[in-house]
Design a binder for this molecule. Structure first.
Ligand code: ADP
Length: 430
């Protein structure tokens, strides 16, 4: 039992190919497998060992052959479902696995030799995209592959904070609580939570990320054979649809998995039919996917940022640092020229350049509560094409003393003076 709390033990017996769907309440929930084998989104749970799940997490414990699960705590909801799309999902995994083996067997240094599958998962919001990418990654890792996970969803951010696009090699099935590891991630900071803010910048960063991965694959046959699993955002109409096509093309996707939308499937199938090396596959959405409204998403974004600085259960404490304005250089990308038209040289074009990098005057622009990325760029003109080492959170701007105070996840001087601002802010709640 939980020390100081009352115990609320409950056992659930699961038949083969069924799952226990859980929404954790405002209190953490403890859970373990008592009998049989079970997994959470593709990652097997070790027998007997209690795991604690944080408040409001929504997940399912699935079993292929039957299991008994024990829960300790009060849930928001929990119920058993025996109708799941898991068999169709694992069939997709089996095909990907065969392609990986084929690629591995024929691994040569020739860049035309077969390579592992590049899977992109698309569909509307709340169709289970992130969940399916997790399963595909964990099942692949369980079999010893080291697939690359790519996250193009700037709205939520599975690898790091929202507003970023990122990729990371995965070597082990994902931990059901911790999620994706951050230590080896390649991160680009776009700075906004929707691509609509600056479509050109978003596309440019997607391209940068793809090019770097392409180069890494050339030198790494193991990663190349394991391939990629790419998660996308739920924006699938208009420009959102164009961006999906752009991502499919830029990453040279070979498998497009469409979740839960007939129309999107038929549109993609149609436009990609001339490409014989791209498979477009329709998959059912799981009945367990929980719809999250705008407010929930906002809260989720905010907790991702909190998690970055404080850890999943506030076990870390970030470091507060103060710098003089002159010790850092803050830039932003895109947006119109800051000078009025009358101040521009005659004949110059006042139309905004989406990729223009402009210095931010810390005294004039309110950076309080902004999230700034620490760029690897050495010169401002490299900012758009550079990845970032991490993020800081501005907690104080003292214009009189010309000092800026920020939280950083690690102590000491910043790895670079070049910081990038977007529109992402955060209000720390205590
Ligand atoms: P998307 O990426 O398409 O927006 P997600 O994969 O993030 O959707 O799923 C939405 C929410 O539903 C997440 O909180 C996820 O953990 C939850 N979820 C997905 N599948 C299940 C399931 N089978 N049972 C319970 N919760 C689930």
């Amino acid at each position: 039992a939980v020390p100081g709390g009352s115990s609320n033990l409950k056992q659930v017996k699961l038949d083969r190919e069924s799952e226990l769907r859980i929404e954790v309440s405002d209190e953490p929930l403890r859970l373990r497998v008592v009998n049989g084998t079970a997994e959470i989104f593709g990652a097997e749970l070790p027998p007997e060992i209690w795991r604690t799940f944080p408040p409001r997490l929504k997940f399912a414990v699935f079993t292929w052959y039957g299991a008994t699960i024990e829960m300790d705590g009060v849930t928001e909801t929990d119920y058993t479902a025996d109708e799941t799309p898991m068999v169709s999902y694992v069939n997709v995994h089996a095909i990907l696995d065969a392609r990986r083996r084929f690629a591995k067997a024929s691994t040569s240094t020739d860049s035309d030799s077969p390579q592992g599958p590049r899977v992109i998962v698309v569909g509307p919001t709340d169709s289970g995209k992130s969940t399916l990418t997790k399963m595909l990654i964990s099942w692949a890792a369980k079999q010893g592959w080291k697939p690359t996970f790519v996250d193009l969803d700037v709205g939520q951010g599975s690898i790091t904070i929202p507003g970023s696009i990122a990729a990371t090699p995965i070597e082990m099935p994902l931990d059901p609580v911790e999620g994706f590891p951050l230590d080896m991630a390649l991160v680009y900071y776009y700075g906004h939570t929707t691509p609509a803010n600056n479509v050109e910048l978003y596309k440019t960063m997607v391209k940068e990320l793809a090019q770097v991965l392409e180069r890494q694959f050339l030198g790494n046959p193991e990663s190349r054979a394991a391939g990629m699993v790419i998660n996308t955002m739920g924006w699938i109409d208009g420009i959102g649809y164009e961006l999906l096509l752009h991502a499919i093309e830029t990453f040279n996707a070979s498998v497009v998995l469409v979740l839960g939308q007939e129309k999107l499937f038929s549109m993609l199938k149609d436009v990609l039919k001339s490409k014989s090396n791209v498979d477009v596959v329709k998959l059912h959405k799981s009945g367990g996917v929980v719809a999250r409204n705008r407010d929930y998403r906002k809260v989720a974004r905010s907790s991702r940022i909190q998690e970055y600085f404080y850890g999943l259960s506030k076990e870390l404490s970030p470091y507060a640092n103060t710098s003089s304005f002159s010790d850092v250089q803050v830039f932003r990308i895109g947006g119109g020229p800051q000078a009025p038209r009358s101040a521009l040289p005659i004949g110059s074009d006042p139309v905004s350049n989406p990729l223009r990098v402009t210095p931010v005057n810390i005294e004039e622009r309110d950076l309080l509560h902004s999230i700034l990325a620490v760029s690897y760029a050495e010169e401002p003109d490299q900012i758009v094409s550079s990845n970032v080492s991490g993020f800081v959170y501005v907690t104080e701007v003292d214009v009189l003393r010309k000092k800026i105070t920020y939280l950083a996840p690690s102590p000491g001087a910043l790895p670079s003076k070049i910081l990038v601002a977007g529109s992402l802010t955060w209000l720390e709640s205590h």
